[in-house]
Write a protein that binds this ligand. Structure first.
Ligand SMILES: Cc1ncc(COP(=O)(O)O)c(C=O)c1O
Length: 320
């Protein structure tokens, strides 16, 4: 039986005997060596593969804690604003716990597969005519009214759960790497990584990577114009690096073609920064979400499909 994240890290998390464990077997994700990309970029690169979480993103680490605490506190419904992954995770853990989930997404700006996933999981999905930031504002007001528990990363239980990725990495490497590189959308994960490092007494640099055009990047998961955790990111000591969409796409494709890891575009932001020399030595790049989350983006950037007759010679020729 897979170990629930809450059980593995119980002593580090704000849970007690009365907290029900709402789990889908999250966490304990692979830490993969990346020999070809290491050689290309002159570093010792490791990939923390968070797409292996139950709903396909790192959000599950925080959501198991947030939803477990919501149940403990007697909630009946959760709410979030989302660029897609929080939505799917909230929907899954709410379904698991028998809670209602309301999900607010910016209209037309969320990858279709994430929306389908969230709808299948039974959440009430509402497209908001506005940006992610406006949707989050509305969700916060509803949460303040007391009808719904907010499960965005403003919920401290989310950040507490997300810290566990750092603990797993340090345990598995037998010590701290020389740097972490992670995408920077709203900044919740950067906050969580910084909190985990403080807990461990480590001062490992965090390279937090944002898209140059935050409001319009193709990396829709980090399409957040006004990062809600920006003040915490600034005071965390993380180094913010800005990369272009072209750099994200190049990193994204190289992860798939050279290492066999198909993540979503946003997840490649960390590698894009490494490719620029933003980190040296033993570097852990966290790949936050699965490539199947955004097949439309993949379809746009992957090599074309060929068409052949069922003729072995023609196939051999076309396959060269
Ligand atoms: C796949 C993925 N990567 C990165 C991020 C950004 O993380 P944060 O908002 O915690 O900075 C998100 C946020 O939605 C995401 O879904």
């Amino acid at each position: 039986m897979s170990l629930a994240l809450i059980e593995r890290y119980r002593s580090l998390l704000p849970v007690g005997d009365a907290t029900p464990v709402v789990s889908l077997g999250e966490g304990s994700t692979p830490l993969l060596p990346a020999p070809r990309l290491s050689e290309r970029h002159g570093v010792e690169l490791w990939l923390k593969w968070e797409g292996a979480n139950p709903t396909g993103s790192y959000k599950d680490r925080g959501m198991t804690v947030a939803v477990s605490k919501a149940v403990e506190e007697g909630a009946e419904a959760v709410i979030c604003a989302s660029t897609g992954n929080t939505a799917a995770s909230a929907a899954a853990y709410a379904a698991r716990a028998g809670l209602r989930a309301v999900v607010l997404v910016p209209e037309g700006a969320v990858a279709a597969a994430k929306l389908a996933q969230t709808r299948m999981l039974g959440a009430r999905v509402l497209e908001v005519r506005g940006s992610f930031d406006e949707a989050l504002g509305a969700a916060r007001v509803l949460a303040e009214r007391g009808t719904h528990v907010l499960v965005n990363s403003l919920n401290p239980y989310r950040v507490a759960g997300q810290k566990t990725a750092v603990h797993e990495i340090v345990e598995e490497l037998g010590g701290a790497p020389d740097a972490f590189a992670i995408p920077y959308g709203g900044g919740g994960n950067t906050t969580a990584y910084a909190a985990a490092l403080a807990e461990l007494g480590l001062d490992t640099p965090i390279v937090s990577v944002e898209a140059a055009d935050r409001a319009r990047t193709l990396a829709s998961a980090i399409r957040i114009a006004e990062p809600v955790h920006a003040p915490k990111v600034a005071s965390s000591g993380a180094r913010v690096v800005t990369v272009s969409d072209e750099e994200i796409v190049a990193a994204w494709r190289s992860l798939a073609e050279l290492e066999g890891v198909f993540c979503e575009p946003s997840s490649a932001a960390g590698l894009a920064a490494v490719a620029r020399g933003a980190a040296v030595g033993r570097v852990v790049v966290t790949l936050t979400g699965h490539g199947l989350k955004d097949v439309v983006a993949a379809d746009r950037h992957a090599p074309p499909v060929g068409t052949v007759d069922p003729d072995p010679d023609a196939i051999a020729e076309a396959a060269r």
